[in-house]
Design a protein around this ligand. Structure first.
Ligand code: NAD
Length: 261
């Protein structure tokens, strides 16, 4: 898709990666709406981007909120060309069987149902116009699960699954879908106490140094929308680990469990 002159709606747009995507799309001549539960964060990022950006308050877990947001932006901006389902929350390091059920439910509500709600709000309009692109932010945790991060990993594997299915469903309508799998990137989330606990063995300075600048993730997203790339991998260092998991999976494909099946 040609980006210039088009409009993008980005959830979690007040946060690190959402704002980085917004900045990169504005660089490419797009108008962006930064939607966030924390309106003041979104407004701050929108101000920094100038006239091409605006801010909106949205809780991605609320279907009513999505309907209101869609009606508001269609009135102010016309049809939305690009939807980035990017809002997400992390969990502190916890064993799965010690994860409070309410926390598990919250992670699923924001990271999974939030993406589902965004798809339901905008995909029908894109199908009707036979144009558009949806980018869903998963994580390397959506390809590789990590112990003590089970709830978050489960939510991100769900995003990967939804994205793959959605890409098949929207292709006949000329609507593209890409999945973003970030690794450690500078943001409120990665600078939180939770992430610090996870990486307790790494000195603070080294941890910060390892964090990618979200603008570069945004630029990778812009290229993916242009070319309708299926997967957006920004942190290639994870490749050997992903390959090991894939190899183990492929090695398990032997004879059918039922002889002669
Ligand atoms: N930063 C990383 O290292 C990293 C790595 C892999 C994946 N991710 C994913 O990237 C996405 C963006 O995260 P980030 O790192 O920029 O974090 P961030 O905390 O900087 O930004 C997330 C934003 O989402 C908003 N948000 C939270 N709940 C919301 C809700 N219910 N409705 C609307 N907005 C809500 C927050 O207010 C925040 O501004 C998330 O999906 C996250 O899981 C981040």
């Amino acid at each position: 898709m040609e980006l210039s002159g088009k409009t993008a709606f980005i959830t979690g747009g007040g946060g690190g990666i959402g704002a980085g995507i917004g900045a990169a799309l504005v660089e490419r001549g797009m108008r962006v709406i930064l939607a966030d539960l924390d309106l003041s964060r979104a407004q701050k990022e929108a101000r920094a981007l100038g006239d091409a950006a605006s801010a909106l308050c949205l809780d991605v877990t609320s279907q009513v909120g999505w309907t209101e947001a869609r009606l508001a932006v269609e009135t102010s901006h016309g049809p939305i060309d690009v939807l980035c389902n990017n809002a997400g929350i992390a969990t502190p390091p916890l064993l799965l069987d010690e994860t409070p059920p309410a926390l598990f439910a919250k992670v699923m509500a924001v990271n999974v149902t939030g993406v589902f709600n965004g798809i339901c709000a905008f995909a029908p309009r894109m199908k009707a116009r036979r144009a558009g692109h949806i980018v869903n932010t998963a994580s390397l945790n959506g390809l590789l699960a990590h112990g003590t991060f089970g709830a978050y990993s489960a939510s991100k594997f769900a995003v990967t699954g939804m994205s793959d299915a959605l890409r098949q469903e929207l292709a006949p309508f000329g609507v593209g879908v890409s999945t973003l799998y970030p690794g450690l990137t500078r943001s409120y989330m990665s600078l939180s106490e939770e992430t610090a606990k996870l990486m307790a063995d790494m000195p603070e300075e080294q941890r910060r140094a390892q964090m990618m600048d979200p603008l570069w993730l945004g630029r990778a997203v812009a290229r993916a929308i242009e070319t309708n790339a299926e997967h957006i991998i920004t942190h290639p260092a994870a490749k050997p680990e992903v390959a090991r998991r894939q190899a183990a999976l492929l090695a398990a494909f032997g004879e059918p469990a039922q002889p002669g099946y």
